[in-house]
Design a protein around this ligand. Structure first.
Ligand SMILES: [Zn+2]
Length: 487
């Protein structure tokens, strides 16, 4: 497969194409995005030098491996290598950040975000955080077909609880794509070509350091390409500390590359949001990190556990470990049983938060108990309340519009009857338990199916990790404190 395919001369990302397609299908998203942008500006204006200092936010990840041939069925070690790469780079622990020209070294910033393979699906069943789905599709494009069982892919798990990462054959055209915050739940997440996923197995140079996912997850957290997606210097990534740039840089440029009167330093081509090779993109800036946290305090406020103090996050903060992990709840789960199909196994704990989050859009509001009420797209509040509390308001509002459809669309996915041999397998070593007795009959067949189901809330409540909700609240309040601090 991948190796005999013609290699593209350089990176390309399907983000813009996918986004335009989405806007065509959902015109209302344009307003949602504009509102979110206004809200982000408002939040950032209060904290001009906001940085991740309120503890690490850990995001549970589910990796959907959609394969046609055995060679495309990547192993658990490759999946883990991708999680490791994300954690390395999002913590700014990549040693190759030494490549950053000295003029920008002070801008190199730890995002304060980490990732862990999910240890429980939306029904509270143990999972490796990886699903396998065999497909008849030769290669997927940016049309989201890989995200639905009905079109040869695997259904998304609830996006308020999981970052969905799909890995499939895209023939490197493009290398991957993501969905910005605010879009439909059923297609929320990131898609990566299997030749660019992780650091081993099917990953091939020059895209074998796991940075296609680093880049795409940046989009998922609302980052824009640093040249602003125009080719005439008029575009902006809405971040102040990245220089204006004319268009993408490819390969391995030499410093400086001056465009748009941005001399003497030129384009910040060492940034993860440019188009250079994996070994050349090595940093996020403080401004980008602030923008990511505005998304995590806003439309993505439901996902993740926060704070280094919280038990779960500590489990993952180790970076890699994604799988196995440490986390206490993981062990308890494994003993219980695992879902017979597909996944199984250990993982981070995190899943808990799905309890409130998924399915129930209002839940996210409740935590913040913000007045703004239902105003889906909202925006409004943002401008007015420029006072302080707005971080909370931003959460509620924007998230609902999106999450509301999430519940609906999610539920739909559960029936993914398709059964396409999906599950059954593999990667998951410890599928050991697989006790059929496990309640969640519904899912049975297709691996992915089950999680998407809306009932997650109920089932979760019973599950082991009651602290989820409160932790999330902790994160909010902690972040608010951080924001208020104005460093
Ligand atoms: Zn991109």
């Amino acid at each position: 497969m991948p190796d005999d395919a013609p290699r593209p001369p350089h990176r390309s990302c399907g983000m813009v194409e996918a986004h335009e397609m989405l806007l065509a299908q959902h015109p209302e998203l344009r307003q949602v995005r504009e509102d979110l942008e206004a809200r982000t500006r408002s939040l950032l204006s209060l904290t001009p030098d906001f940085r991740a200092s309120g503890g690490v936010i850990t995001i549970p990840v589910v990796v959907h491996v959609v394969y046609k041939t055995d060679a495309q069925k990547i192993g658990m070690d490759q999946v883990t290598s991708q999680i490791d790469a994300l954690n390395r780079d999002y913590a700014s622990k990549n040693t190759d950040k030494s490549k950053v020209p000295s003029v920008w070294t002070k801008l190199v910033t730890d995002t304060g975000v980490q990732f862990v393979l999910a240890s429980k699906d939306a029904k509270g069943q143990s999972t490796t955080g990886v699903t396998y789905t065999q497909t008849t599709v030769d290669a997927f494009g940016t049309d989201n077909k890989v995200k639905a069982s009905g079109t040869g892919g695997a259904d998304a798990w609830p996006r308020d609880s999981y970052l969905n990462l799909w890995v499939c054959n895209m023939n490197q055209n493009p290398l991957g794509y993501a969905q910005f915050p605010g879009g439909p739940a059923a297609t929320d997440g990131v898609v990566i070509d299997l030749t660019c996923f992780g650091t081993k197995g099917t990953a091939v140079s020059p895209f074998n350091l796991g940075r296609t996912a680093v880049h795409e997850v940046g989009h998922w957290l609302n980052l824009i390409h640093i040249w602003g997606d125009t080719n005439d210097c008029s575009g902006s990534d809405q971040v102040d500390d990245t220089p204006t740039a004319k268009d993408p840089n490819y390969g391995k440029p030499t410093f400086p590359h001056v465009t748009c009167n941005n001399g003497p330093n030129g384009d910040m081509f060492v940034n993860y949001m440019d188009y250079v090779d994996d070994d050349t993109m090595v940093m996020f800036t403080a401004g980008q990190v602030a923008r990511m946290h505005a998304a995590l305090d806003g439309p993505r406020s439901a996902i993740g556990t926060g704070g280094s103090s919280s038990s779960s996050s500590s489990g993952s903060s180790g970076g890699s470990s994604g799988s196995s992990s440490s986390v206490s709840s993981a062990s308890s789960q494994s003993s219980t049983s695992s879902h017979s199909s597909a996944s199984s196994g250990p993982g981070g704990s995190s899943s808990s938060q799905s309890s409130s989050s998924s399915s129930d859009p209002s839940s996210s509001d409740s935590s913040s108990s913000n007045s703004s009420s239902s105003d889906s797209s909202s925006s409004d509040s943002s401008s007015s309340d420029s006072s302080s509390s707005d971080s909370s308001s931003s959460d509620s509002s924007s998230s609902d519009s999106s999450s509301s459809d999430s519940s609906s669309s999610d539920s739909g996915s559960s029936d993914s009857s398709s059964s396409d041999s999906s599950s059954s397998d593999p990667g998951s070593s410890d599928s050991s338990s697989s006790d059929p007795g496990s309640s969640d009959s519904s899912s049975s067949d297709s691996s992915s199916s089950d999680p998407g189901s809306s009932d997650s809330s109920s089932s979760d409540s019973g599950s082991s990790d009651p602290g989820g909700g409160s932790r999330r609240k902790d994160r909010r309040s902690r972040r608010r404190r951080t924001i208020g601090k104005k460093r």
